[in-house]
Design a protein around this ligand. Structure first.
Ligand SMILES: Nc1nc2c(c(=O)[nH]1)N[C@H]1C(S)=C(S)[C@@H](COP(=O)(O)OP(=O)(O)OC[C@H]3O[C@@H](n4cnc5c(=O)[nH]c(N)nc54)[C@H](O)[C@@H]3O)O[C@H]1N2
Ligand SMILES: Nc1nc2c(c(=O)[nH]1)N[C@H]1C(S)=C(S)[C@@H](COP(=O)(O)OP(=O)(O)OC[C@H]3O[C@@H](n4cnc5c(=O)[nH]c(N)nc54)[C@H](O)[C@@H]3O)O[C@H]1N2
Ligand code: SF4
Ligand SMILES: [Mo]
Length: 654
């Protein structure tokens, strides 16, 4: 039997897959759906091993209670009834004493599913009835999305299926050959001239015609400089500017402040190359920009995307198929998310806690303090900034922590109760891509192992144990899917496995060079350059996506770990020589926040002044702290995003 499913991982592609189930009810094959226009039959190096994960001997199969100290990772098996009774009793006590806001449902990106994962904030109805704190998923893409909204009125940009019509494609702070490779087909089909802008020569940069390596966090200045060149050549699209934009005269004055010489100083790029790229953009229609989350993990990350989105406004590319900017397609989906989350069930307004600021929430929140933490599809010990402070927060003896998981992660070690969660072939879900225009349906294909339960079922049972009477807490998964997909052809989606949605117009209304909304939020009314926050000496360490893991997911898979090798830090030959570091040396990477061990890779893949490693390592396989021990729990400019790449470090031999 073949069953249609969808990849739930935090990846732009949302692949549609086919699970082959044998007569004994076991899944024997999981492969890409040939009919899906983006998946085209291929998954990726990680998800090709998904069934290994499903059948892994490490899978958490039963509820467990902590027996050792927090962090020791010692647990005993208990029954679901025991687990739910204990959780119900603890939550009831906490709500009575401190109110519901003392509970923090901490949703991660392990599953982007609307029913079981982040997009629908699975379990949120239950938490609303208790009046729990809201959780703002700030860790990933929020700064860029808000930046785009200031300029475009929407964060949904170009449809990447239009890339084949582009003549020039700028891959700006994005590494799709690692982070969502299906878009590459459209980029390659274009035959366009490809330019990569990335401080690191990534897999993607390797395949481009040209690579510019600016200093990290300087993209807004570069974009302003390129627009300066375009205007100095008289190549701005006056008709587009007059009809479709607002604030051009003021923005034009801002551009005058960024001539190539000044931009060269800020970005560390030669002025000639800035001029040459500006000139190329000036004469090439349509020009498309692919920019993604990596480049906005900086102090000025939101402003960077806001500024980049102006470029196709100056050239008129927003008005041409194959022109514009593609960051995320999420803004194009019109799903009824509020019907799922049901914030109307909240008894009163409640505070919001930021995902990026977990340690602050655990250690400093007052009135009330956080007393119960539910970790749902997240691994904050491995993935959040400021690892050692996060651990200090999770170690609080008076904190009641429940972790819903597949695997015994670094975070599970700090749980009081661990609940075994189903994986994608074992539950119903709906996924929307953020890198293309397709919704995907995930039909359950197999029975879960042991006593694993889906997130939806876990919260239905917990509601029953707490005696909650709100009827919508007991809606079935199919009910939930219908509520979410109101106005869409659910039956067709289910039958075919995917459904294309039509893109909304971009910009939504006139493009705003001057943004009253940005000004009202306390930002510059005009796009500008915001320099990195972590200044001083030391190298800037970028910890971008690993080819072999998705964040910390797959971080325990033996074969993927073997391929990834030991944690590595790439250093430019000049910087390495200055520090007496040879290729392959064992090094200690440190700053005032923390330190981690790695192997030095001396290579000109990074520009001078920059070092590079990857995210997603587990502490238990790294023999101690990981890169996230060095990262500040600090907000970016817009929306309180994370600043992983705005990170200065020192390196010494170990
Ligand atoms: N294999 C794999 N795929 C993934 C993930 C993974 O962990 N592994 N993670 C998923 C998730 S959660 C996300 S959000 C997406 C992210 O997708 P991407 O945005 O493509 O991923 P990153 O690797 O974070 O960053 C892309 C590039 O930005 C560069 N960069 C960093 N700082 C700057 C800067 O200041 N300026 C410029 N121009 N470039 C900069 C990095 O060097 C990196 O090569 O990928 C998803 N896909
Ligand atoms: N240094 C550095 N760190 C980073 C980044 C970076 O660029 N640099 N990027 C950040 C980004 S972009 C992101 S999005 C965050 C992600 O950080 P997190 O949201 O913490 O994501 P993961 O680390 O993948 O952990 C997800 C966990 O969810 C579990 N899981 C998966 N599916 C399910 C499910 O259906 N149910 C349940 N209960 N559990 C499930 C997985 O087993 C996994 O352990 O990491 C951030 N961390
Ligand atoms: S991780 Fe991305 S590329 Fe890999 S199967 Fe999932 S959606 Fe497709
Ligand atoms: Mo992310």
């Amino acid at each position: 039997m073949e069953v249609l499913g969808a990849c739930p991982l935090d990846c732009p592609d949302a692949c549609s897959w086919v699970v082959t189930v044998a007569d004994d009810g076991r899944a024997v094959e999981l492969r890409g759906n040939k009919h899906h226009p983006v998946t085209r039959g291929a998954l990726c190096v990680k998800v090709n091993r998904y069934l290994e994960q499903v059948d892994s001997p490490d899978r958490i199969r039963y509820p467990m209670r902590r027996v050792g100290r927090k962090g020791e990772g010692r647990f005993e098996r208990i029954t679901w009834d025991e687990a739910l009774d204990e959780i119900a009793e603890r939550l009831t006590g906490i709500v009575d004493e401190d109110g519901g806001e003392a509970i923090w449902p901490f949703h991660g990106t392990g599953s982007l599913g609307y029913l079981q994962g982040l997009e629908g904030l699975s379990g949120r109805r239950f938490f609303n009835v208790l009046g729990a704190s809201l959780h703002d998923p700030t860790i990933c893409s929020i700064s860029g999305s808000l930046g785009l909204k200031y300029t475009l009125g929407t964060s949904g940009g170009m449809d990447p299926e239009d890339f084949p019509q582009s003549k020039l494609i700028i891959l700006w702070g994005t590494n799709p050959l690692t982070t969502g490779h299906h878009v590459w087909k459209f980029i390659q089909d274009s035959g366009a001239y490809l330019v990569a802008i990335d401080p690191v020569r990534s897999r993607t940069a390797d395949r481009c015609d040209e690579h510019l390596a600016p200093l990290p966090g300087t993209d807004a200045a570069l974009a302003l400089g390129l627009m300066h060149v375009i205007v100095s050549l008289g190549a701005e699209d006056r008709e587009y500017l007059a009809e479709h934009t607002e604030g051009w005269p003021q923005f034009r004055e801002r551009l005058a402040e960024y001539p190539p010489d000044r931009v060269a100083e800020i970005t560390g790029l030669p002025a000639e190359r800035i001029f040459a790229l500006g000139e190329r953009i000036a004469r090439t229609r349509p020009t498309a920009i692919r920019a993604s989350q990596g480049m906005q993990r900086h102090a000025g990350g939101g402003m960077a995307l806001r500024t980049l989105a102006c470029l196709p406004g100056v050239t008129g590319d927003w008005g041409i198929p194959g022109g514009g900017l593609h960051y995320s397609t999420s803004g194009h989906f019109r799903l009824n998310e509020s019907a799922l989350a049901r914030f109307d069930l909240l008894p009163h307004p409640v505070r919001t806690l930021s995902m990026t600021r977990l340690s602050e929430g655990l250690l400093e929140a007052k009135d009330p303090p956080v007393r119960a933490l539910f970790v749902i599809a997240a691994n904050p010990v491995a993935s959040n900034p400021d690892q050692s402070t996060v651990i200090r927060g999770l170690s609080r003896e008076d904190l009641f922590t429940v972790v819903l998981e597949h695997f015994p992660t670094d975070t599970v070690d700090y749980a009081d109760i661990v609940l075994p969660a189903t994986m994608q072939p074992e539950h119903l879900d709906v996924v929307a891509a953020y890198g293309n225009m397709y919704l995907a349906w995930n039909e359950p294909a197999v029975d879960p192992p042991g006593e694993c339960l889906s997130t939806t079922e876990t919260f239905r049972r917990l509601a029953r144990h707490m005696g909650l009477t709100e009827p919508s807490l007991y809606d079935s998964d199919e009910d939930l899917a219908r509520q979410l997909l109101e106005g869409h052809d659910l039956d067709r989606l289910r039958r075919e496995g995917f459904l294309r949605v039509e893109p909304q117009p971009v910009p939504a209304g006139k493009l705003q060079f001057v943004s009253a909304r940005a000004a009202a939020a306390g930002h510059d009314a005009l796009p500008t350059y915001i320099p990195p926050a972590d200044t001083g000496d030391g190298l800037v360490l970028i910890s971008a996506a690993s080819h072999y893991f998705v964040n910390s997911s797959f971080g325990s898979n033996p074969e993927l770990r073997r391929r990834a090798g030991e944690p590595q830090v790439t250093i430019h030959p000049g910087d390495a020589a200055e520090r007496g570091i040879a290729d392959g040396a064992k090094i200690l990477v440190y700053n005032e926040r923390g330190a981690f061990e790695a192997i030095a890779l001396v290579s000109d893949r990074v520009r001078p002044g920059v070092a590079a490693t990857t995210k997603g390592r587990w502490m238990r396989f790294s023999h101690g702290p990981t890169v996230n021990a060095t990262i500040a729990e600090r907000d970016s400019d817009f929306g309180g995003g994370a600043v992983y790449h705005d990170n200065r470090i020192h390196i010494t031999l170990r």
